[in-house]
Design a protein around this ligand. Sequence first.
Ligand SMILES: Nc1ncnc2c1ncn2[C@@H]1O[C@H](COP(=O)(O)OP(=O)(O)O)[C@@H](O)[C@H]1O
Ligand SMILES: [Mg+2]
Ligand SMILES: [Zn+2]
Length: 248
Amino acid sequence: MSQLPRPVRLAGAGADAEQACPLGVCDGSGWILGPEDVARPCECRERRIARRRARGVASTIPRKYRTVSFDAPPVSNMERDPARAPVYRAVKEFVESIDERLTEGEGLWLMGDVGTGKTTLAMLVSKAAVEAGHTGAIYSLPRLLSRIRRTYDADAGEQSYLEFFERLTEVDLLHIDDLGAEKRSDWVLEQLYAIINERYETQRSVVVTTNLSQEALEEQIGPRTVSRLVEICGDPLPLFGDDMRYAV
Ligand SMILES: Nc1ncnc2c1ncn2[C@@H]1O[C@H](COP(=O)(O)OP(=O)(O)O)[C@@H](O)[C@H]1O
Ligand SMILES: [Mg+2]
Ligand SMILES: [Zn+2]
């Protein structure tokens, strides 16, 4: 019988799905078969193991953002808008060097008004990371916090708080959308600090979007957490202007 072609699987189509070798070296199994049928590990194998460990964190790009690209509207329009072009270029450069950026633990911080394209740009970063074979966790802050709360009353067999925390801090990229969009409480401050500080100390990348200015964010999530974000992400990339959700 003739061999069927290998099915092509989409990145993010499910954490379990075996993906084609991101380096184009092995057959997707993580092993390279040598002479006398001796197998040696492909360089992609470590990434595969990391991906398996990252099960239990959300890493799928929401449907709305799956098809966005730097080269097509609406994102490509940013390049011609003098107010947004610098941010467009900074994010594009980040994506073009995604491997190095993640290895160095560098992140991005998109700040600005509602409807200016922050989430769209951040999703482009997450998409590039997942497509390059890195592990990622993608959450809006409210969703992340309710996920953490759920681990508290986890039954036996379900993921415990510690397991979830470990996975969240181990992935190559943590993407938190809408930072500051949550009622402030000691518990929230503590959670965020623990996550961001752990990633800061282990030099792991973070991408955040927020409607708040740096000062307002310090007020909302605490200066200790914000100062670590500045270390990881550098200065916030500002996106201001009209809400494009209402643009014709
Ligand atoms: N450069 C752009 N030009 C026009 N519309 C855009 C652009 N970038 C994103 N959009 C659209 O504007 C809306 C808001 O984008 P989003 O990224 O969710 O904004 P934010 O996260 O800043 O609130 C979405 O419907 C998105 O498709
Ligand atoms: Mg948003
Ligand atoms: Zn491989």
